[in-house]
Design a protein around this ligand. Structure first.
Ligand code: ZN
Length: 304
């Protein structure tokens, strides 16, 4: 059986919220089989639990935020990416503020925290959302699509006519059965253009953003003294974001994602389009591992 996975023990870290700039403490805790990923706002008194789901995503201007009733949690995508990348199914996430801390702007710190406590397989079959037919959404020249595929693969292209980005590869395909998420994807940082930073600060966003948690580029070059972590760090971060955005559906996806110039909002519209069309997908688990496609096994084993 391909089993569900949770953490061996709780683990805590402190950081700042990208948008609020406020200090926030996060604790990742083991959770029961079939519990899924749940955020708990410790700073709110009532009904402060929020289980992830594609239809709870909102306010996707610069990050993926979840809202249910009076409970909101922002900037969930890098943590969700780390959980998906490491194959975690069930986790309870305590926060004492409205935003997941930005850490270094990548998923690397979350991967480190999760790997430092380790994982346990649980006595319940892992459930996947399998894509059965192609679903595509678009917005002008931007589009995002999910196709049937025996594994999990992402193809992404960006198009910035910006010297610092143009010098890097702007297209990328990653097959999760063939790479290590932790080594090959997790370290890609979010990025921003210095011209936009002032404007965003003026409307109260990215108060906690700086060169320690983002790649910042001006007209011609990367301003971070240490340069890029990957030669294709910009498009790789878009893949990292997409992995997190897709996991907001509540299940790891068996399928191939491809997108051009997509972002959090379009990625979420794609999930909603999949859910709206019953024939496009099914929830599947493998009681007998031998019945799982080789690429699904390779992906799940690699994630461990
Ligand atoms: Zn991001």
């Amino acid at each position: 059986m391909i089993r569900q996975r949770t953490l061996k023990a709780p683990v805590t870290a402190t950081g700042v919220g990208l948008h609020s700039g406020a200090k926030v403490t996060i604790t990742l805790r083991p959770a029961a089989p079939n519990a899924g990923v749940t955020f708990r706002r410790l700073d709110l008194s009532n009904a402060a639990d929020l289980k992830v789901g594609a239809t709870k995503v909102t306010d996707t201007r610069l990050c993926s935020a979840l809202v249910e009733g009076a409970v909101k949690v922002s900037t969930v995508e890098h943590l969700m990416s780390a959980l998906a990348g490491l194959g975690v199914d069930n986790v309870l996430i305590d926060l004492d503020g409205p935003e997941v801390p930005i850490m270094d702007g990548s998923a690397n710190t979350f991967v480190y925290l999760l790997q430092s406590v380790g994982f346990v397989d649980q006595p319940a079959p892992k459930r996947f959302l399998q894509i059965l037919k192609t679903v595509e959404v678009s917005d002008g020249d931007k589009w995002a699509r999910l196709d049937p595929f025996d594994g999990f693969k992402l193809t992404f292209s960006i198009q910035f006519d910006h010297p610092a980005v143009e010098r890097t590869a702007q297209a990328l395909t990653i097959d999760l059965a063939k790479v290590s998420y932790a080594r090959d994807i997790a370290r890609a940082r979010t990025f921003g253009f210095v011209q936009e930073v002032e404007a965003l600060r003026d409307i109260g966003l990215i108060q906690g953003g700086n060169l320690d948690n983002a790649v910042v580029v001006d007209e011609y070059r990367v301003l971070n003294a240490e340069g890029l972590r990957y030669a294709d760090e910009f498009v790789k971060h878009k893949v990292l974001d997409a992995i997190g955005d897709l996991f907001l559906v509540g299940f790891p996806i068996i399928g191939a994602f491809s997108a051009h110039k997509s972002g959090h909002e379009l990625n979420n519209r794609l999930l909603r389009a999949v859910l709206a069309e019953e024939a496009s997908h099914r929830i599947i688990s493998f009681e007998n591992s031998a019945e799982a496609p080789r690429t699904v096994l390779d992906w799940v084993l690699k994630a461990a």
